[in-house]
Design a protein around this ligand. Structure first.
Ligand code: ATP
Length: 565
């Protein structure tokens, strides 16, 4: 397809306000795409390279201003282009406002057009060449190349070329539009296109396959080692949400680091052209950027551990010499780093913790339930910090204790997942819940407790919590028992024992003296406690040593919070 034809479509699409009409125009564009279809499917979205490909043009806007100025001739300078841009507000309009060499060439050839017409394929090839230019003098070479392209452009072509180069296409074509247009243009179900896109992240490949292979062809698009998949995302949610939604929940620690997708093939990863390279491992970020070079620990780990091809999902966490997690900010000092990696490694060590397995030894697992994917992960990786432990439970107390264990181990908390859910790339669905942090906490007075059992018989284990009322009395609203380590229980026992007023079997009555800060998921009306309210999933956060019982939260505040919910 000639680039001017593409530009004419882009112009019509840009002028079309209605979504449905836009899809029809993109459908027409794709149907006319012929050999350039894969490129057109990307260009329409303003992408030069597939989403999974981290190639960039690596040029600043100034390169383009310079190239436009040169192509415009007549003493136009890059500064003129820039001030024009400040006035007009959009680079496409600026580029289209000049008369480039191509126009002059066109006039010379007469109204019929020029032999020199740019094709979509040529534009792509030139930009691909430009992306590969690096090293000394690359700036000049890149500007020359852009100049060469612009020089062959009519104003309408220059408009869209300039936008493409600066990733500012903005003609109202999003991923959904292209997905629907592919389905429409090649008469295949949208769901099949969607699945193929999720697996490949390549609109060009999917468009061509839909045209050439139809539904069967799309179904044959599988994961490929070296081509990243969009990461499945999580929603905020509570233990209540999880247990209401599913019979039981899969619980994992939530690592506080940066998301990584590991691709490893001991026989070498194929490059786009189909050649196998000596490179066996690639690591991608959540946004599918290639971060392999920045994380040699992950590469070394993969090379040592895996003797079959795998694609794993996980998190890299900064760790100290004992292997304990360090704050999230430390990871950022390593992630995406391009220089002095060995020196940075001396300062901050990172460790991967994998929590999902998308491909193992020739088998794609996206459609498998989480339980099975995790089993595969467990087959590949022995127990250890590099693999998350998945526990299945329907017992809120057990879930709380996993949360406490995660926090005690220095992690962020827990993730709750539907154990039967498939892996949905790029989706922020209900199947993965990150436990909401407490929106509010309450400072409540301990008015009773129970002695523990067995190993914990000498500790007070369950604490009765009360809110203060206006007349100076205390009304109960819950018990906190989970989320407290043995060490803390011993300290709390020491703190509370002097305030015990009476004992009745396991139960003790405690005078109001100590205030706990408590997190919770919800406040419900309930006849169980004297206040008429009950906390759902209360958890111990700490002792408010800095405040007095008179400063603890009042029942009035509890009532207010309950009404707000
Ligand atoms: P987003 O949800 O947009 O990714 P975010 O980057 O701030 O937001 P969170 O929302 O806090 O991250 O939580 C989701 C992230 O938690 C995941 O993307 C992943 O990086 C991380 N994570 C840590 N441990 C796990 C785990 N066991 N399972 C899934 N994700 C985990």
């Amino acid at each position: 397809m000639e680039f001017r034809e593409f530009a004419a479509y882009a112009d019509r699409i840009e002028d079309e306000p209605a979504d449905l009409e836009t899809v029809l125009l993109v459908t027409e564009l794709l149907s006319d795409g012929h050999g350039d279809l894969p490129i057109i499917a990307r260009f329409a979205q303003g992408r030069i390279f597939p989403a999974w490909d981290s190639t960039t043009l690596d040029i600043g806007p100034n390169y383009l201003y310079e190239a436009i100025a040169r192509a415009a001739g007549q003493n136009v300078t890059a500064a003129d282009v820039e001030s024009e841009l400040a006035e007009v507000g959009e680079i496409g309009a600026v580029a289209a406002s000049y008369e480039f060499g191509g126009q002059r060439g066109l006039a010379a050839f007469g109204a019929g057009g020029s032999d020199d017409a740019l094709t979509v394929g040529e534009v792509f090839d030139e930009l691909d060449t430009l992306a590969a230019i690096s090293g000394d003098g690359s700036q000049g070479t890149k500007i020359d190349l852009l100049f060469g392209l612009l020089n062959r452009c009519e104003p309408i072509e220059a408009r869209y070329l300039a936008r493409l180069v600066l990733s500012e296409m903005r003609i109202g074509v999003g991923e959904g539009t292209v997905r629907d247009a592919i389905a429409e243009a090649f008469a295949v179900p949208v769901a099949d296109v969607e699945r193929a896109l999720q697996v490949s992240n390549d609109y060009g490949l999917v468009a061509r396959t839909a045209r050439e292979g139809g539904t069967d062809g799309l179904a044959d698009i599988t994961l490929e080692i070296g081509r990243p998949v969009q990461a499945m995302l999580a929603q905020a949610g509570s233990v209540t949400d999880a247990l209401e939604e599913w019979d039981e929940a899969a619980i994992e620690w939530k690592y506080d680091g940066a998301r990584v997708q590991l691709h490893h093939d001991p026989d070498g990863i194929e490059r786009d052209g189909g050649d196998t390279t000596t490179e066996t491992t690639r690591v991608f970020s959540r946004n599918m950027e290639d971060v392999t070079a920045a994380l040699p620990e992950v590469v070394e780990f993969a090379q040592e551990r895996f003797d079959v091809p795998v694609i794993l999902d996980g998190e890299v966490v900064a760790v100290n010499d004992d292997g304990d997690p360090r704050p999230f900010q430390q990871v950022l000092r390593r992630f995406r780093r391009k220089h002095d990696i060995e020196a940075a490694r001396e300062d901050v060590t990172v460790r991967p913790s994998f929590f999902d397995c998308l491909h193992a030894d020739g088998e794609d697992l996206l459609e498998d339930p989480l339980r099975r994917r995790h089993d595969r992960l467990a087959n590949l990786l022995a127990d250890g910090p590099q693999r998350s432990t998945l526990r299945i439970s329907d017992d809120p107390e057990e879930i709380e204790s996993i949360d406490a264990e995660a926090l005690a181990a220095g992690h962020e908390g827990i993730m709750l997942k539907d154990p039967d859910s498939t892996y949905s790339p790029g989706r922020r669905g209900k199947n993965w819940l990150k436990r909401k942090p407490d929106v509010e906490t309450l400072d409540l007075v301990v008015t009773g407790a129970e002695w523990g059992e067995g190993r914990r018989a000498t500790f007070l284990g369950t604490f009765l919590l009360s809110a203060r009322t206006d007349d100076g009395s205390y009304e109960t609203l819950g018990k906190v028992a989970t989320g407290i380590t043995d060490e803390t229980l011993a300290e709390l026992t020491d703190l509370l024992e002097p305030h015990i007023r009476s004992e009745d079997g396991q139960s003790v009555d405690i005078e109001p003296a100590v205030v706990f800060e408590v997190g919770y998921e919800e406040i419900q009306s309930s006849p169980t406690y004297s206040s008429g309210y009950a906390l759902r999933f209360p958890r111990f956060i700490g002792v408010r040593e800095d405040i007095d019982v008179d400063d603890a939260d009042s029942l009035e505040r509890v009532e207010r919070l309950a009404k707000q919910a």
